[in-house]
Every structure is written in structure tokens, then in C-alpha cells.
Unconditional design. Structure first.
Length: 507
């Protein structure tokens, strides 16, 4: 019996390239979230150098991803879905590893920044708030109550939980509500960016003597190269986050041009911020304040105590953008992988506001659990980076494979042949960073500890992705296991021009 299908599975095309740029303003918040630890390990000069290098690589990545996004304009979920398209001819297992790894890396941003905002609020406005016995989690000494076998819950965790729910509400009501919130927070973000990046030179607070370079200190393994590679690996989750613009490709009004402009403008802006913010902030505030995450103290020095509170609010706004973007991107990644048959089909669903509400709810619940049940969220973040960098590796190699396997596929944006070799170099860099970074990330940030638990979590998250993939294919779709898939050489809606070239009406 034939059934009419109600077309609800369609993301609305309401965004322009500048909306994507605003969504990518999460990245300065990502930078501030990791900057302190990088300065602790590398010194001001070393941190600035590695942040700039990592952000420069993102410019090349985003140019490559613009071609892939234009090739698959109906693919929500970003680079991980591109990776699946290139690799599924050879193995279906790359898809779930890349997609689930990409999702979990974006998802945990909610927990880490929720707690960081909570710590800033407590340090600035509620010092000594009586919420249990004091403990020190490595960022701030803060009051807490013991819970769940040694895990502590304090005021920052309570604030983080509330913020995660609030950001969920902003996103579940539709993309325009989410982007509108992003514009408001983005305006506020400009104040601390100006204060950290430009103001030190205007006030005369910048002093190059405040910056040191620790990578040439004696006793470092491999002459400092090991620590440098570990830190570039850790920095990728932040500096490469501008790939988020590709996730929204199906929602841009002009898929090709808006996606290209969003990806490239976000990457260039991020490069400027990632180079000059560490320089100005450390040069004015000193390494001790920055490495101790005493950002409010740096702001007080630059703008005075009177404006300090306002600038702290603006700084919190930058972290809220990060949380907002993480919800939007992570939920679309889950929706996209469910759409392509790589996780449970229940997540392939849009609510009445045409956004993946179920996936957003999963993100919310997972992050609240992280906040309440894990003592060191940074370890979980480092563990999640395994899947994120692998997703980039598979996306870059997918770019190369698609050039070989689908030469006739329409490419509204076609890069020169030299970009195939650039993609190969970037893929090799991803592989080296994964081996060294995941193998020794416990040496960073003054020593994460043994790192064994985090490494187990990192690998386990990818295994869970594979298990959900098998459950979807075998149990829900009732397919026999198969490790390769036939792939079309051209899209189903492509026609041929009189000269034999391919044309796709959907572009």
C-alpha cells in the first residue's frame, strides 16, 4: 500500500555567508579556553607561534572543504559526511568513526565552557560561595560538595548545567533564534577582543618582557618537538573549528557562494585573532595571569575596575557563542549521520522549527552528564580530540579519493590540481599529530596525569560509534553486514550538456 510521505526532513535555507561567519565566532572563545594552559607550557612567544601555525593550516583546510561542500550541498553534518562519501567505496567503517568522532569533539565543548563560565562568575562575583567543602580542580580553587564517588559538584557545575539548558532552548526554537543570539553575543565579543588584541598597544601596557619562549628549554623530549606537536594537536579542536561553516551548507540561500565565503572569511579572521590575541593579552597581562586563567584581572588592568565587570560579561558572551555553535554543529552532525544511515534512525528527525531537536536534546543530556559525573573535563576534551583530528584526516583523503573516483561529479568550486598535493600534506600532518598528540598529550598543561583514563574514553567513543552503526544497519535496516558500498559517478539528478559535460539542476 502506497503511503504519502510528509516532507519534514528539510533544513530551511535561511542563512547567508555572514550568518556562517557569526556562527564561527565561537573560535575566539575556544582560543581563550585553552590559551592559559598553552602559555603555561610554551611561554607567550611559543604559544603565539603555535596558535598562529595551527590557525594558518585551517585556512588551507577551509579552502579544500569549500569544494567538498559544494559537491554535496544537501549534506548536513560537515566534513565527517564528506569523509564518508569518499571512503565508503573502500570501507563503510570510516564513516561512523569520522562522524561520531567529529560529533563528540564538538559536543563536549558545552560542558567545558559551561564550567569555565561558572568559574569566571564565581571568581568575579561570588568568591567563597558556600557550596560544600573547597577543592582545586586545576583551574580555580572553588567550593564544592562531594558526589558520586569522589566527583564534586560546586557552583560552577550548577551554572554550567543551567547554561547548557538555556543554550539548548535557543537552538531548539529554530536556526534564526540561534543565529540571532549569536549576533548579540558576537557584538559583545568584540569588546574583549579589542581589549586583548589592540588596547595593550594604545595604553602602553604591552611589554615584550612579559613573553618567554619555553620550547628551547633544556630537558624537553626531542628538543621540544614532542611538546610542540602535542600542543598543535590539542590546538586543532579550537583553531580548526572554523570548519563549522561547512556544516550549514544545506541552510545557506546560495549554497555554493555563501558556503565558500563563510569558510574563507571565518578562517582568515580566525588566523588574525589566533596570532594577535595571544601576543597582546600575554604582553599586557603577563604569563602568570594568563596561565592562571585570571582573565578578569587582565581586563581590570587594561580598562580599569569600573569597566572590568562589563568586559567580563562580554568575555562570558564569547564562551556562550562557543556553546551555541557547539549545540548547532553537534546536533547537525548527529542528524546528518543518522540521515546517511550511520547511527540510530530516531536521530534523523527535525522538529516543527526545522532543526534537529532530538539531536540537540541528546547533546544537552550528554553534556550535563559530563558536567556532573566527570571530575576533569579537559581530559575528556583531549580524549575527544582523537576523533576530531581523524575526521579531518579522512576528509582530506576523501578529497583526494573523490578526485580519482568521481571525476565527472559536478564541482561548482573546483580547485587547481595542486590542491590535491596540499591535501596530501595536510593529511600526513593530521596523521603525525594523531600519533604524537594522542600518544603523549598527558605531558601538556603541566601534566594531565597518566592520561590512561582519557585514552580509554577516546577510543571507547569511537567504538560506540561503530556499534551504533552496526545496530542501525543490521537491526534497524535489517541489512546483511557489508564493508563496502557502490558509489555513483554522478548524482542522480545530473543531466549532460551537449558537449558531454555534466550539469546538476540542484546547483
Amino acid at each position: 500500500m502506497a503511503q504519502a510521505v510528509v516532507e519534514e526532513q528539510r533544513l530551511l535555507k535561511t542563512l547567508r555567508w555572514y550568518d556562517g561567519f557569526v556562527i564561527a565566532l565561537a573560535n575566539p572563545g575556544f582560543l581563550l579556553g585553552s590559551l592559559g594552559y598553552s602559555v603555561l607550557d610554551l611561554g607567550g612567544w611559543g604559544a603565539m607561534m603555535l596558535w598562529a601555525i595551527t590557525a594558518a593550516l585551517a585556512v588551507f583546510l577551509n579552502i579544500i572543504y569549500s569544494e567538498l561542500a559544494a559537491m554535496f550541498p544537501d549534506k548536513p553534518g560537515g566534513i565527517a559526511l564528506f569523509a564518508h562519501e569518499g571512503w565508503r567505496k573502500y570501507t563503510t567503517l570510516v564513516g561512523p568513526i569520522a562522524t561520531f568522532g567529529y560529533w563528540i569533539a564538538w559536543s563536549v565543548v558545552l560542558a567545558i565552557f559551561g564550567i569555565l563560565i561558572g568559574q569566571f562568575i564565581q571568581a568575579e562575583w561570588f568568591p567563597g560561595s558556600p557550596l560544600g567543602t573547597p577543592f582545586d580542580n586545576g583551574w580555580f580553587a572553588m567550593p564544592a560538595i562531594p558526589l558520586f564517588g569522589g566527583v564534586h559538584i560546586g557552583l560552577p557545575q550548577v551554572i554550567a548545567t543551567v547554561l547548557i539548558v538555556v543554550v539548548w532552548l535557543f537552538n531548539v526554537l529554530g536556526v534564526r533564534v540561534s543565529v540571532g543570539f549569536g549576533y548579540l553575543a558576537g557584538i559583545l565579543l568584540m569588546f574583549p577582543l579589542f581589549a586583548f588584541t589592540v588596547l595593550p598597544y594604545l595604553t602602553g601596557d604591552f611589554d615584550s618582557a612579559n613573553l618567554t619562549y619555553k620550547l628551547n628549554d633544556g630537558g624537553l623530549a626531542w628538543g621540544g618537538w614532542q611538546l610542540a606537536l602535542v600542543w598543535v594537536w590539542l590546538m586543532t579542536w579550537s583553531a580548526w573549528g572554523v570548519d563549522v561553516c561547512a556544516t550549514f551548507a544545506p541552510e545557506y540561500k546560495d549554497t555554493v557562494n555563501d558556503t565558500k565565503k563563510a569558510l574563507r572569511s571565518a578562517a582568515v579572521f580566525s588566523l588574525l585573532v589566533y596570532t594577535f590575541l595571544p601576543l597582546g593579552m600575554v604582553g599586557a597581562g603577563g604569563e602568570e595571569n594568563v596561565s592562571g586563567y585570571l582573565y578578569p584581572a587582565v581586563l581590570d588592568k587594561l580598562v580599569g575596575n569600573g569597566l572590568g565587570n562589563f568586559f567580563v560579561i562580554c568575555l562570558i558572551a564569547s564562551f556562550l557563542i562557543s556553546m551555541n555553535t557547539a549545540t548547532a554543529d553537534g546536533s547537525r552532525a548527529l542528524y546528518g549521520i543518522a540521515r546517511d544511515g550511520m547511527t540510530v534512525k530516531q536521530l534523523y528527525h527535525l522538529n516543527r522549527f526545522h532543526v534537529p531537536g532530538r539531536a540537540m536534546t541528546v547533546d544537552m543530556v550528554v553534556n550535563i552528564l559530563f558536567v556532573w559525573f566527570f571530575g576533569n573535563i579537559l581530559l575528556i576534551l583531549a580524549a575527544s580530540n582523537l576523533g576530531y583530528v581523524l575526521a579531518h584526516f579522512f576528509a582530506l583523503t576523501s578529497f583526494m579519493l573523490l578526485r580519482k573516483d568521481r571525476p565527472d561529479w559536478p564541482r561548482p568550486i573546483r580547485l587547481g590540481r595542486g590542491w590535491i598535493y596540499i591535501a596530501g600534506v595536510l593529511a600526513a600532518i593530521c596523521l603525525v599529530l594523531t600519533v604524537v598528540g594522542f600518544g603523549w598529550f598527558q605531558i601538556a598543561a603541566g601534566g594531565f596525569g597518566t592520561g590512561a583514563k582519557a585514552k580509554v574514553v577516546g577510543i571507547a567513543s569511537l567504538v560506540v560509534g561503530l556499534l551504533l552503526f552496526l545496530f542501525r544497519r543490521i537491526v534497524q535496516d535489517k541489512e546483511a553486514p557489508h564493508w563496502r558500498e557502490d558509489t555513483p559517478r554522478v548524482p542522480a539528478d545530473v543531466t549532460r550538456a551537449p558537449d558531454g559535460s555534466t550539469m546538476a539542476a540542484r546547483y
